[in-house]
Design a protein around this ligand. Structure first.
Ligand code: GDP
Length: 419
């Protein structure tokens, strides 16, 4: 079935190591129904950490792509490593994704590696939303993470979800839910169902003043983005929910703000609102600017491709995994469509390549139901058949050629050495 490109989100989760990327990913897969149990990093049972070396070391080294659906959105989730040695891997993922979720630990806050990944996301102009994780940890401090994001990262965090309490169960006011500042609701997440069951209530009186204060800050940001909302606020009229959401989305896509969510991925608290935020606020492939490249036969001629299935096909090989049955070429489709049993051109090698098999991805294992006839603009897919292309190469229509800028790994390593 053809999927609506507006409903695709190609996203990555980026963070300092240990902030909880893998746990957030696992929780998203569980809550979306993609997985029936929650994989645990500490037990070596996660889907995205499926390399034995990764499981042993308990960190995500190689990025893998997982797909899930949430409220009508098709999410392609590229899990990116957070360890400093693998910055080139993060860089390669940022090149092909449209938006990112930046995870911070509520306890550790902004860490050295968060600064590196934030700067990389700036360089690739990636819109992002923030998830402040580990709200259940001793010493969790929502406010101090918010306060750090501006001065240390140059970001403009705008909380859309507030924590109810913070810290573990034994403290006086433990973390137990969130307040949705956009919809003016309080949410409680049932630990018995690993966060699947959520109860929505009115905001209780004891939190009303606090929520109103934060809501005011949210509306201030909304007014800066949307004049119509500003006019309503000036007249003391309520700003409709849809207008608030649209303004936050606009600000996020323009990268002037970063909506902030919070929770505990380990206990399944606050992750559902984050998943909805991915759909509400992060860009679809159609929201991204056209890709720029050159005509490989006349290299001083610049070309561009709109994110449109009717344009000639072009895509980028961002990862190649060796396999006995034929190497798996991971491709991000920027324009046009790619069909099984067709041929594409690789300008970097001046070779035609076969598209013998097309696969939709489930982690880095091939899903039995994943083979498909056609993939379209915005999709991330796996192709078996090419023999010449290497990571970073362009693949395009055999007649309508374009060569996109390659992924420059050497530069990354060099700039890291200089830093
Ligand atoms: P990554 O390195 O960013 O992928 O982080 P992981 O997902 O591997 O998590 C690092 C550690 O933090 C693991 O021991 C997790 O169980 C733990 N962790 C992750 N999220 C939470 C959370 O929300 N609360 C608590 N208390 N621990 C968490």
């Amino acid at each position: 079935m053809a999927q609506d490109i507006n409903q695709i989100r190609n996203i990555g989760i980026i963070a300092h190591i240990d902030a909880g990327k893998t746990t957030v990913t696992e929780r998203m897969l569980y809550l979306s129904g993609e997985k029936h149990r929650v994989g645990r990093v500490d037990h070596g049972t996660t889907d995205t950490d499926d390399d034995p070396e990764e499981q042993e070391r308990g960190i995500t080294i190689f990025s893998a792509c997982v797909k899930y659906q949430w409220k009508g959105f098709n999410i392609n989730l590229l899990d990116t490593p957070g360890h400093v040695d693998f910055t080139a891997e993060v860089e390669r993922c940022l090149r092909v994704l449209d938006g990112a979720v930046v995870v911070f630990s509520a306890r550790e806050g902004v860490e050295a590696q968060s600064e590196t990944v934030w700067r990389q996301a700036d360089r690739y102009e990636v819109p992002r939303i923030v998830f402040i994780n580990k709200m259940d940890r001793e010493g969790a401090d929502f406010q101090s993470v918010i306060d750090d994001i501006g001065p240390r990262l140059g970001g403009r965090p705008v909380p859309v979800e507030l924590p109810v309490g913070q810290g573990p169960p034994h403290v006086a006011d433990p973390f137990r839910g969130t307040i949705d500042l956009v919809r003016n609701k309080m949410r409680q997440f049932d630990p018995e169902t690993e966060g699947k069951n959520v109860t929505e209530t009115e905001i209780p009186d004891e939190f009303a003043d606090d929520a109103a204060l934060w809501r005011e800050q949210l509306l201030e940001a909304v007014c800066e983005i949307d004049e119509e909302a500003m006019a309503l606020v000036m007249e003391d009229k309520p700003v409709p929910e849809e207008m608030v959401i649209a303004a936050i989305r606009k600000g996020t896509l323009e990268r002037t703000i970063q909506p902030v969510f919070c929770g505990s991925a380990l206990h399944g608290i606050g992750v559902q609102p984050l998943m909805s935020g991915v759909g509400d606020y992060l860009p679809s492939p159609l929201d991204r600017p056209p890709v720029q490249g050159v005509d490989p036969k006349k290299r001083d001629k610049t070309l561009s491709r709109q994110p449109d299935p009717k344009e000639p096909f072009c895509g980028l090989v961002f990862k190649i995994l060796p396999a006995k049955t034929g190497d798996n070429y991971w491709i991000r489709v920027y324009s046009g469509e790619l069909k099984q049993n067709s041929r594409v051109y690789c300008p970097n090698r001046d070779k035609k390549e076969n598209v013998a098999q097309l696969w939709q991805i489930h982690a880095s294992k091939k899903d039995r139901d994943g083979q498909t006839d056609t993939v379209t603009t915005g999709d991330i897919c796996c192709v078996i058949g090419p023999r010449f292309a290497i990571t970073g190469d362009t693949v395009c229509d055999v007649k309508e050629n374009i060569e996109l800028p390659s992924i420059k790994f050497a530069d990354t390593v060099l700039s890291m050495a200089i830093e």
